[in-house]
Design a protein around this ligand. Structure first.
Ligand code: NI
Length: 167
């Protein structure tokens, strides 16, 4: 759990930088990709990543606008990428303007449980990374090349003239 807003800001910057690179790779055609029938499409997953931090943080009393309605799935990858940028800045601005570090130790009711706000901020990041991983599978299935997040992707090894390790 985060103890200071500065700690969260530093990590949020790293995570959102990766997500922006991923979202900028989305094509409009790819958004209908799903792992199977009646499963969430790539567009729905991406829109969920945009709206979930607002849904979670609103329960703590933090106030900022969601750039997408919860049930709306854009048909444009660029629109999702733009909405994501608005969300990540809106969340950060709200934290800086409305909270101080002491607020992170305060507890809010979350889904029938009580979470310290600093834990909720941690959950926001884990939730995003979780769904981002699902997105990369669908993006591969849709024929897109994905950017490396925590290490090289297949194409990076090829570019370096090396064989990708199969481990
Ligand atoms: Ni989720």
């Amino acid at each position: 759990m985060f103890k200071t807003i500065a700690e969260f800001t530093a990590e949020w910057g790293q995570v959102t930088e990766g997500t922006k690179r991923l979202f900028d790779t989305l094509t409009d055609d790819s958004l209908s990709q799903a792992v199977g029938p009646n499963r969430r499409t790539l567009g729905r997953l991406a829109a969920h990543i945009v709206t979930a931090p607002h849904e979670m943080m609103s329960r703590t009393g933090l106030s900022f606008e969601t750039p997408l309605a919860y049930d709306y799935i854009p048909e444009s990858g660029a629109e999702i990428a733009q909405a994501y940028r608005a969300m990540e800045q809106g969340l950060l601005n709200a934290l800086r303007n409305q909270w101080d570090d002491a607020k992170l130790a305060e507890v809010s009711e979350m889904y029938g449980d009580e979470w310290p706000n600093g834990f909720t901020l941690r959950a926001v990041i884990h939730h995003e990374i979780h769904h981002r991983g699902q997105m990369t599978v669908l993006m591969r299935q849709a024929g897109l090349q994905i950017p490396g997040m925590y290490g090289p992707v297949m194409e990076d090894w090829e570019e370096w003239g090396m064989k990708a390790p199969i481990v």
